[in-house]
Design a protein around this ligand. Structure first.
Ligand code: NAD
Length: 458
Protein backbone atom coordinates (compact mmCIF):
# COMPACT_ATOMS: atom_id res chain seq x y z
CA UNK A 1 0.00 0.00 0.00
CA UNK A 2 1.38 3.39 -1.01
CA UNK A 3 1.54 5.53 2.13
CA UNK A 4 2.52 8.76 0.38
CA UNK A 5 -0.16 11.34 0.99
CA UNK A 6 -0.87 14.41 -1.14
CA UNK A 7 -0.66 17.30 1.23
CA UNK A 8 -1.35 21.00 0.95
CA UNK A 9 0.05 23.37 3.59
CA UNK A 10 -1.45 26.86 3.58
CA UNK A 11 0.92 29.51 4.95
CA UNK A 12 4.69 29.16 4.52
CA UNK A 13 5.64 30.72 7.85
CA UNK A 14 7.65 29.23 10.69
CA UNK A 15 5.06 26.50 11.27
CA UNK A 16 3.80 25.88 7.73
CA UNK A 17 7.12 25.78 5.93
CA UNK A 18 8.88 23.58 8.48
CA UNK A 19 5.90 21.22 8.52
CA UNK A 20 5.84 21.14 4.70
CA UNK A 21 9.58 20.40 4.52
CA UNK A 22 9.36 17.64 7.13
CA UNK A 23 6.34 15.98 5.49
CA UNK A 24 8.14 16.13 2.11
CA UNK A 25 11.14 14.52 3.77
CA UNK A 26 8.85 11.72 5.00
CA UNK A 27 8.07 11.09 1.30
CA UNK A 28 4.67 12.80 1.06
CA UNK A 29 3.88 15.06 -1.89
CA UNK A 30 3.59 18.52 -0.47
CA UNK A 31 2.43 21.73 -2.08
CA UNK A 32 2.74 24.84 0.03
CA UNK A 33 0.52 27.87 -0.57
CA UNK A 34 1.77 31.33 0.32
CA UNK A 35 0.19 34.67 -0.54
CA UNK A 36 2.96 37.06 0.45
CA UNK A 37 4.68 37.84 -2.89
CA UNK A 38 8.03 38.64 -1.25
CA UNK A 39 8.10 35.34 0.64
CA UNK A 40 6.97 33.52 -2.46
CA UNK A 41 9.78 35.02 -4.53
CA UNK A 42 12.36 33.65 -2.08
CA UNK A 43 10.57 30.28 -1.92
CA UNK A 44 10.59 30.01 -5.72
CA UNK A 45 14.36 30.48 -5.49
CA UNK A 46 14.36 27.42 -3.23
CA UNK A 47 15.11 29.17 0.09
CA UNK A 48 13.12 29.76 3.28
CA UNK A 49 12.15 33.43 3.77
CA UNK A 50 13.31 33.33 7.42
CA UNK A 51 16.09 31.74 9.44
CA UNK A 52 15.52 28.37 11.08
CA UNK A 53 18.45 26.00 11.65
CA UNK A 54 18.53 23.16 9.10
CA UNK A 55 15.48 24.34 7.18
CA UNK A 56 17.39 25.69 4.20
CA UNK A 57 18.86 22.25 3.52
CA UNK A 58 15.56 20.43 4.02
CA UNK A 59 13.69 22.78 1.67
CA UNK A 60 16.39 22.32 -0.97
CA UNK A 61 16.19 18.54 -0.57
CA UNK A 62 12.39 18.54 -0.79
CA UNK A 63 12.47 20.52 -4.02
CA UNK A 64 15.25 18.37 -5.53
CA UNK A 65 13.39 15.18 -4.63
CA UNK A 66 10.31 16.57 -6.40
CA UNK A 67 8.35 16.27 -3.14
CA UNK A 68 7.97 19.96 -2.25
CA UNK A 69 6.61 22.79 -4.36
CA UNK A 70 5.13 26.26 -3.85
CA UNK A 71 2.26 28.23 -5.28
CA UNK A 72 0.09 31.23 -4.50
CA UNK A 73 -2.99 29.46 -5.85
CA UNK A 74 -5.01 27.50 -3.29
CA UNK A 75 -7.37 26.19 -6.00
CA UNK A 76 -4.46 24.56 -7.82
CA UNK A 77 -3.11 23.09 -4.58
CA UNK A 78 -6.47 21.62 -3.54
CA UNK A 79 -7.03 19.62 -6.74
CA UNK A 80 -4.92 16.63 -5.67
CA UNK A 81 -4.71 17.17 -1.92
CA UNK A 82 -6.09 14.64 0.54
CA UNK A 83 -5.04 16.67 3.56
CA UNK A 84 -4.90 20.45 3.90
CA UNK A 85 -3.06 22.04 6.79
CA UNK A 86 -4.06 25.58 7.71
CA UNK A 87 -0.92 27.19 9.15
CA UNK A 88 -1.67 30.87 8.64
CA UNK A 89 -0.95 33.49 11.28
CA UNK A 90 -3.42 34.28 14.06
CA UNK A 91 -1.92 37.53 15.37
CA UNK A 92 -3.35 39.39 18.35
CA UNK A 93 -6.08 41.98 17.86
CA UNK A 94 -6.01 45.16 19.93
CA UNK A 95 -8.50 43.64 22.38
CA UNK A 96 -6.27 40.57 22.92
CA UNK A 97 -8.39 38.18 20.87
CA UNK A 98 -6.76 36.14 18.12
CA UNK A 99 -7.31 37.66 14.69
CA UNK A 100 -8.84 34.79 12.74
CA UNK A 101 -9.35 36.61 9.45
CA UNK A 102 -6.74 34.51 7.61
CA UNK A 103 -8.26 31.28 8.98
CA UNK A 104 -11.78 32.30 7.84
CA UNK A 105 -10.44 33.36 4.46
CA UNK A 106 -8.74 30.02 3.84
CA UNK A 107 -11.60 27.91 5.16
CA UNK A 108 -14.12 29.81 3.02
CA UNK A 109 -11.99 29.20 -0.05
CA UNK A 110 -11.79 25.51 0.83
CA UNK A 111 -15.60 25.41 1.15
CA UNK A 112 -15.90 26.97 -2.30
CA UNK A 113 -13.34 24.71 -3.96
CA UNK A 114 -13.15 21.13 -2.68
CA UNK A 115 -14.82 18.39 -4.64
CA UNK A 116 -13.39 15.25 -3.02
CA UNK A 117 -13.02 14.03 0.55
CA UNK A 118 -10.51 16.33 2.23
CA UNK A 119 -9.13 16.35 5.74
CA UNK A 120 -8.73 19.95 6.86
CA UNK A 121 -6.25 20.25 9.69
CA UNK A 122 -5.99 23.44 11.72
CA UNK A 123 -2.35 23.87 12.77
CA UNK A 124 -2.69 27.56 13.59
CA UNK A 125 -3.29 28.34 17.25
CA UNK A 126 -6.99 29.18 17.38
CA UNK A 127 -9.48 29.83 20.19
CA UNK A 128 -11.56 26.98 21.52
CA UNK A 129 -14.54 26.45 19.23
CA UNK A 130 -12.81 27.65 16.04
CA UNK A 131 -12.58 24.20 14.43
CA UNK A 132 -16.32 23.73 15.05
CA UNK A 133 -16.97 27.13 13.46
CA UNK A 134 -14.72 26.35 10.48
CA UNK A 135 -16.57 23.07 10.01
CA UNK A 136 -19.95 24.82 10.08
CA UNK A 137 -18.78 27.46 7.56
CA UNK A 138 -17.45 24.85 5.13
CA UNK A 139 -20.63 22.77 5.44
CA UNK A 140 -22.76 25.86 4.70
CA UNK A 141 -20.68 26.68 1.60
CA UNK A 142 -20.83 23.10 0.37
CA UNK A 143 -24.61 23.06 0.81
CA UNK A 144 -24.81 25.98 -1.62
CA UNK A 145 -22.81 23.88 -4.11
CA UNK A 146 -24.78 20.69 -3.50
CA UNK A 147 -26.24 20.44 -6.99
CA UNK A 148 -22.84 20.99 -8.64
CA UNK A 149 -21.21 18.42 -6.32
CA UNK A 150 -23.88 15.82 -7.06
CA UNK A 151 -23.60 16.35 -10.80
CA UNK A 152 -19.82 15.86 -10.51
CA UNK A 153 -20.54 12.73 -8.45
CA UNK A 154 -18.49 14.14 -5.59
CA UNK A 155 -21.56 13.32 -3.47
CA UNK A 156 -23.66 10.27 -4.09
CA UNK A 157 -27.44 10.12 -3.80
CA UNK A 158 -28.54 10.84 -0.23
CA UNK A 159 -24.99 11.54 0.96
CA UNK A 160 -24.64 14.65 3.13
CA UNK A 161 -22.13 17.41 2.37
CA UNK A 162 -20.53 16.70 5.78
CA UNK A 163 -19.23 13.45 4.25
CA UNK A 164 -16.95 15.44 1.95
CA UNK A 165 -14.64 16.78 4.62
CA UNK A 166 -13.49 16.62 8.20
CA UNK A 167 -12.02 19.47 10.21
CA UNK A 168 -9.34 18.39 12.65
CA UNK A 169 -7.62 20.39 15.35
CA UNK A 170 -3.93 19.47 15.47
CA UNK A 171 -2.14 22.22 17.38
CA UNK A 172 1.55 22.77 16.89
CA UNK A 173 4.02 22.91 19.77
CA UNK A 174 7.31 23.53 17.95
CA UNK A 175 9.84 26.05 19.23
CA UNK A 176 11.46 28.42 16.79
CA UNK A 177 15.17 27.69 16.62
CA UNK A 178 14.42 23.99 17.21
CA UNK A 179 11.49 23.64 14.86
CA UNK A 180 12.75 20.66 12.87
CA UNK A 181 13.75 18.72 15.96
CA UNK A 182 10.40 19.46 17.58
CA UNK A 183 8.45 18.40 14.51
CA UNK A 184 10.26 15.10 14.12
CA UNK A 185 10.55 14.35 17.86
CA UNK A 186 7.57 16.06 19.47
CA UNK A 187 6.57 15.31 23.07
CA UNK A 188 3.13 14.45 21.76
CA UNK A 189 0.84 14.78 18.77
CA UNK A 190 -2.62 16.07 19.63
CA UNK A 191 -5.45 15.21 17.27
CA UNK A 192 -8.89 16.63 17.91
CA UNK A 193 -11.35 14.97 15.56
CA UNK A 194 -14.68 13.18 15.45
CA UNK A 195 -14.07 11.19 12.27
CA UNK A 196 -12.06 7.97 12.36
CA UNK A 197 -11.16 8.34 8.64
CA UNK A 198 -9.41 11.64 9.39
CA UNK A 199 -7.62 10.24 12.43
CA UNK A 200 -6.28 7.29 10.46
CA UNK A 201 -5.16 9.61 7.64
CA UNK A 202 -3.15 11.66 10.15
CA UNK A 203 -1.77 8.51 11.74
CA UNK A 204 -0.34 7.45 8.39
CA UNK A 205 0.91 10.97 7.64
CA UNK A 206 2.81 11.13 10.91
CA UNK A 207 3.77 7.43 10.90
CA UNK A 208 7.55 8.05 11.00
CA UNK A 209 7.14 10.06 14.22
CA UNK A 210 7.53 8.12 17.43
CA UNK A 211 5.47 10.15 19.91
CA UNK A 212 2.40 9.62 22.08
CA UNK A 213 -0.80 10.40 20.22
CA UNK A 214 -3.53 12.20 22.14
CA UNK A 215 -6.78 11.71 20.26
CA UNK A 216 -9.54 13.84 21.66
CA UNK A 217 -12.37 16.16 20.68
CA UNK A 218 -11.63 19.38 18.81
CA UNK A 219 -12.34 21.79 21.67
CA UNK A 220 -10.09 19.91 24.07
CA UNK A 221 -7.31 19.82 21.46
CA UNK A 222 -7.58 23.58 21.01
CA UNK A 223 -7.51 24.07 24.77
CA UNK A 224 -4.44 21.81 25.18
CA UNK A 225 -2.43 24.29 23.10
CA UNK A 226 -3.49 27.37 25.07
CA UNK A 227 -3.24 25.66 28.44
CA UNK A 228 0.29 24.43 27.63
CA UNK A 229 1.55 27.84 26.58
CA UNK A 230 -0.18 29.59 29.48
CA UNK A 231 1.34 27.10 31.91
CA UNK A 232 4.87 27.65 30.55
CA UNK A 233 4.37 31.41 30.65
CA UNK A 234 3.20 31.04 34.25
CA UNK A 235 6.40 29.19 35.12
CA UNK A 236 8.44 32.05 33.68
CA UNK A 237 6.50 34.79 35.45
CA UNK A 238 6.59 32.77 38.67
CA UNK A 239 10.37 32.43 38.67
CA UNK A 240 10.67 36.10 37.77
CA UNK A 241 8.62 37.01 40.83
CA UNK A 242 10.87 34.76 42.92
CA UNK A 243 13.90 36.48 41.34
CA UNK A 244 12.58 39.91 42.23
CA UNK A 245 12.02 38.78 45.79
CA UNK A 246 15.52 37.27 45.87
CA UNK A 247 16.87 40.75 45.14
CA UNK A 248 15.13 42.07 48.27
CA UNK A 249 16.07 39.13 50.46
CA UNK A 250 19.62 38.43 49.24
CA UNK A 251 19.06 34.98 47.75
CA UNK A 252 20.33 33.85 44.34
CA UNK A 253 17.57 32.78 41.97
CA UNK A 254 19.99 30.61 39.98
CA UNK A 255 20.54 28.39 43.01
CA UNK A 256 16.88 28.60 43.93
CA UNK A 257 15.81 27.46 40.45
CA UNK A 258 18.33 24.64 40.51
CA UNK A 259 17.09 23.47 43.87
CA UNK A 260 13.48 23.68 42.73
CA UNK A 261 14.04 22.08 39.34
CA UNK A 262 15.55 18.91 40.77
CA UNK A 263 12.12 18.10 42.14
CA UNK A 264 10.72 16.09 39.29
CA UNK A 265 7.22 17.36 39.98
CA UNK A 266 8.57 20.82 39.06
CA UNK A 267 11.35 20.11 36.53
CA UNK A 268 14.22 22.42 35.61
CA UNK A 269 12.85 23.94 32.40
CA UNK A 270 11.33 27.40 32.12
CA UNK A 271 12.81 28.39 35.46
CA UNK A 272 15.26 30.92 34.05
CA UNK A 273 14.71 34.35 35.50
CA UNK A 274 15.29 37.42 33.38
CA UNK A 275 13.51 39.97 31.21
CA UNK A 276 10.56 37.68 30.67
CA UNK A 277 8.91 35.97 27.74
CA UNK A 278 8.34 37.31 24.24
CA UNK A 279 7.89 35.86 20.78
CA UNK A 280 5.01 35.15 18.51
CA UNK A 281 3.29 32.69 20.85
CA UNK A 282 3.36 33.22 24.63
CA UNK A 283 2.32 36.90 24.68
CA UNK A 284 -0.46 36.48 22.14
CA UNK A 285 -1.67 33.09 23.38
CA UNK A 286 -1.88 34.20 27.02
CA UNK A 287 -3.80 37.31 25.92
CA UNK A 288 -6.11 35.23 23.75
CA UNK A 289 -6.81 32.76 26.56
CA UNK A 290 -7.58 35.64 28.88
CA UNK A 291 -9.91 37.03 26.23
CA UNK A 292 -11.65 33.65 25.96
CA UNK A 293 -12.07 33.56 29.74
CA UNK A 294 -13.45 37.12 29.75
CA UNK A 295 -15.91 36.22 27.00
CA UNK A 296 -17.01 33.21 29.00
CA UNK A 297 -17.47 35.40 32.10
CA UNK A 298 -14.64 33.75 34.00
CA UNK A 299 -12.00 35.73 35.89
CA UNK A 300 -8.73 33.95 35.10
CA UNK A 301 -6.83 35.65 37.93
CA UNK A 302 -3.51 33.78 37.64
CA UNK A 303 -3.21 34.40 33.92
CA UNK A 304 -3.95 38.10 34.34
CA UNK A 305 -1.05 38.31 36.81
CA UNK A 306 1.28 36.28 34.59
CA UNK A 307 0.82 38.83 31.82
CA UNK A 308 1.21 41.81 34.16
CA UNK A 309 4.38 40.39 35.77
CA UNK A 310 5.86 39.90 32.32
CA UNK A 311 5.05 43.49 31.33
CA UNK A 312 6.71 44.84 34.46
CA UNK A 313 9.74 42.58 34.11
CA UNK A 314 10.82 44.28 30.89
CA UNK A 315 10.68 47.66 32.55
CA UNK A 316 12.98 46.43 35.30
CA UNK A 317 15.80 46.64 32.73
CA UNK A 318 15.24 50.39 32.57
CA UNK A 319 15.03 50.67 36.38
CA UNK A 320 18.31 48.78 36.71
CA UNK A 321 19.98 51.01 34.11
CA UNK A 322 18.75 54.17 35.79
CA UNK A 323 19.90 52.94 39.13
CA UNK A 324 23.42 52.48 37.69
CA UNK A 325 23.64 55.49 35.39
CA UNK A 326 21.07 57.98 36.63
CA UNK A 327 19.16 59.80 33.85
CA UNK A 328 19.66 58.02 30.56
CA UNK A 329 19.51 61.06 28.24
CA UNK A 330 22.53 60.97 25.90
CA UNK A 331 23.83 57.68 27.32
CA UNK A 332 24.96 55.04 24.81
CA UNK A 333 23.25 51.78 25.59
CA UNK A 334 24.20 48.61 23.70
CA UNK A 335 21.45 46.01 23.40
CA UNK A 336 22.89 42.55 22.81
CA UNK A 337 20.24 40.26 21.42
CA UNK A 338 17.24 41.56 19.52
CA UNK A 339 15.53 38.25 18.66
CA UNK A 340 13.05 37.07 21.28
CA UNK A 341 15.26 34.05 21.88
CA UNK A 342 18.43 32.51 20.44
CA UNK A 343 18.33 30.44 17.27
CA UNK A 344 15.82 32.61 15.44
CA UNK A 345 15.55 35.93 13.63
CA UNK A 346 12.00 36.42 14.93
CA UNK A 347 11.50 39.67 16.84
CA UNK A 348 7.75 39.47 17.34
CA UNK A 349 6.96 40.74 20.87
CA UNK A 350 10.66 40.56 21.72
CA UNK A 351 11.68 42.25 24.99
CA UNK A 352 14.27 44.18 22.92
CA UNK A 353 11.45 46.19 21.29
CA UNK A 354 10.04 47.36 24.63
CA UNK A 355 13.47 48.09 26.08
CA UNK A 356 14.59 50.04 22.99
CA UNK A 357 11.35 52.04 22.91
CA UNK A 358 11.64 52.97 26.60
CA UNK A 359 15.29 53.94 26.19
CA UNK A 360 14.57 56.13 23.16
CA UNK A 361 11.74 57.82 25.06
CA UNK A 362 14.29 58.70 27.76
CA UNK A 363 16.67 60.21 25.19
CA UNK A 364 19.27 57.44 25.25
CA UNK A 365 21.37 56.57 22.20
CA UNK A 366 20.51 52.95 21.49
CA UNK A 367 22.74 50.53 19.62
CA UNK A 368 21.61 47.02 18.81
CA UNK A 369 23.36 43.86 17.75
CA UNK A 370 22.01 40.40 17.02
CA UNK A 371 23.62 37.53 15.08
CA UNK A 372 20.43 36.97 13.05
CA UNK A 373 17.67 39.46 13.78
CA UNK A 374 19.42 42.79 13.05
CA UNK A 375 17.71 43.52 9.73
CA UNK A 376 14.23 42.74 10.97
CA UNK A 377 14.76 44.85 14.05
CA UNK A 378 16.11 47.77 12.03
CA UNK A 379 13.05 47.70 9.78
CA UNK A 380 10.79 48.03 12.81
CA UNK A 381 12.90 50.37 14.95
CA UNK A 382 14.79 52.67 12.56
CA UNK A 383 15.88 54.98 15.40
CA UNK A 384 18.04 52.22 16.89
CA UNK A 385 21.53 52.05 15.37
CA UNK A 386 21.68 48.37 14.45
CA UNK A 387 25.25 47.28 13.81
CA UNK A 388 26.58 44.14 12.18
CA UNK A 389 29.45 43.46 14.59
CA UNK A 390 29.34 42.93 18.32
CA UNK A 391 32.39 45.18 18.84
CA UNK A 392 30.67 48.10 17.10
CA UNK A 393 27.78 47.93 19.55
CA UNK A 394 29.99 47.77 22.61
CA UNK A 395 32.57 50.38 21.57
CA UNK A 396 32.10 53.53 23.67
CA UNK A 397 28.94 52.20 25.34
CA UNK A 398 27.88 53.37 28.79
CA UNK A 399 26.06 50.15 29.46
CA UNK A 400 25.57 46.78 27.87
CA UNK A 401 22.27 44.96 28.18
CA UNK A 402 21.98 41.27 27.35
CA UNK A 403 18.48 40.49 26.15
CA UNK A 404 18.96 37.20 24.27
CA UNK A 405 21.16 34.34 25.41
CA UNK A 406 22.96 33.78 22.09
CA UNK A 407 26.13 31.75 22.58
CA UNK A 408 28.13 34.67 21.18
CA UNK A 409 27.18 36.61 24.32
CA UNK A 410 27.42 33.80 26.87
CA UNK A 411 31.02 33.18 25.78
CA UNK A 412 31.94 36.84 25.36
CA UNK A 413 35.48 37.94 26.25
CA UNK A 414 34.67 40.22 29.16
CA UNK A 415 38.21 41.60 29.44
CA UNK A 416 37.99 42.87 25.88
CA UNK A 417 34.49 44.20 26.45
CA UNK A 418 35.82 46.14 29.44
CA UNK A 419 38.49 47.77 27.26
CA UNK A 420 35.94 48.80 24.61
CA UNK A 421 33.24 50.26 26.84
CA UNK A 422 33.14 53.84 28.08
CA UNK A 423 31.63 52.91 31.43
CA UNK A 424 31.64 49.38 32.83
CA UNK A 425 27.94 48.63 33.36
CA UNK A 426 26.36 45.29 32.47
CA UNK A 427 22.67 44.51 32.84
CA UNK A 428 22.41 40.78 32.28
CA UNK A 429 18.78 40.25 31.32
CA UNK A 430 19.29 36.51 30.90
CA UNK A 431 21.62 35.78 33.83
CA UNK A 432 24.19 34.22 31.51
CA UNK A 433 27.40 35.87 32.66
CA UNK A 434 29.47 35.05 35.71
CA UNK A 435 28.86 37.95 38.12
CA UNK A 436 32.04 37.32 40.06
CA UNK A 437 34.21 37.33 36.96
CA UNK A 438 32.48 40.45 35.68
CA UNK A 439 32.98 42.25 38.96
CA UNK A 440 36.61 41.08 39.23
CA UNK A 441 37.18 42.77 35.86
CA UNK A 442 35.77 46.00 37.22
CA UNK A 443 32.23 45.81 35.85
CA UNK A 444 29.19 47.00 37.73
CA UNK A 445 27.14 43.86 37.06
CA UNK A 446 23.39 43.51 37.61
CA UNK A 447 21.51 40.34 36.81
CA UNK A 448 17.96 39.36 37.69
CA UNK A 449 17.50 37.88 41.14
CA UNK A 450 21.20 37.50 41.80
CA UNK A 451 22.82 38.91 44.89
CA UNK A 452 24.65 42.14 44.21
CA UNK A 453 27.73 42.45 46.42
CA UNK A 454 28.16 46.00 47.63
CA UNK A 455 30.88 47.91 45.82
CA UNK A 456 34.34 46.81 46.89
CA UNK A 457 32.97 43.51 48.11
CA UNK A 458 33.53 41.59 44.86
P1 NAD B 1 3.88 33.29 10.20
O1 NAD B 1 3.35 34.66 10.23
O2 NAD B 1 5.37 33.07 10.22
O3 NAD B 1 3.33 32.51 8.93
C1 NAD B 1 2.01 32.58 8.49
C2 NAD B 1 2.07 32.62 6.97
O4 NAD B 1 0.75 32.48 6.44
C3 NAD B 1 2.61 33.93 6.42
O5 NAD B 1 3.71 33.68 5.58
C4 NAD B 1 1.43 34.52 5.65
O6 NAD B 1 1.82 35.28 4.53
C5 NAD B 1 0.69 33.27 5.27
N1 NAD B 1 -0.72 33.49 4.91
C6 NAD B 1 -1.62 34.28 5.52
N2 NAD B 1 -2.82 34.19 4.89
C7 NAD B 1 -2.66 33.30 3.89
C8 NAD B 1 -3.52 32.79 2.88
N3 NAD B 1 -4.79 33.17 2.79
N4 NAD B 1 -3.02 31.89 2.00
C9 NAD B 1 -1.72 31.50 2.09
N5 NAD B 1 -0.85 31.96 3.01
C10 NAD B 1 -1.32 32.85 3.89
O7 NAD B 1 3.22 32.53 11.42
P2 NAD B 1 3.78 31.25 12.21
O8 NAD B 1 4.75 31.69 13.24
O9 NAD B 1 4.15 30.19 11.25
O10 NAD B 1 2.46 30.81 12.99
C11 NAD B 1 1.36 30.24 12.30
C12 NAD B 1 0.38 29.75 13.34
O11 NAD B 1 1.00 28.71 14.14
C13 NAD B 1 -0.06 30.81 14.35
O12 NAD B 1 -1.40 30.57 14.69
C14 NAD B 1 0.84 30.57 15.54
O13 NAD B 1 0.25 30.99 16.75
C15 NAD B 1 0.98 29.06 15.52
N6 NAD B 1 2.22 28.57 16.12
C16 NAD B 1 3.40 29.21 15.91
C17 NAD B 1 4.55 28.72 16.48
C18 NAD B 1 5.85 29.44 16.30
O14 NAD B 1 6.81 29.13 17.05
N7 NAD B 1 5.99 30.36 15.37
C19 NAD B 1 4.53 27.55 17.26
C20 NAD B 1 3.31 26.90 17.42
C21 NAD B 1 2.15 27.41 16.85
Amino acid sequence: MNMDVNVCVVGAGYVGLTLAAVLADFGHNVICVEIDPEKLKVLYEGRPPFFEPGLDELVTKGIQDGKLSFTNCLAEALIQSQVVFIAVGTPPRDDGAADLSAVWEVSDQIGKLIDHYTVIVIKSTVPVGTADAVSARIAALLRRRERELRSKRALSEGEKVENLFCVVSCPEFLREGKALLDLVHPHRIVIGADDERAVSMLRSLFAPIDAPLVVTDRRSAEMIKYASNAFLATKISFINEIANLCEYLGADVKSVAKGMGLDERIGPKFLEAGVGFGGSCFPKDTQALLWMADQAGYDFAILRSVIEVNRRQRLRVIEKLESELGPLRGRRIALLGLAFKPGTDDIREAPSLTVARELLTRGAVVLGYDPKAGQRFKAQMPRVKVVSKLREAIGGADALVILTEWEEFTTIDLAEVRRLMRSPVIIDGRNVLDPELAMALGFRYTGFGRPVPRRGEA
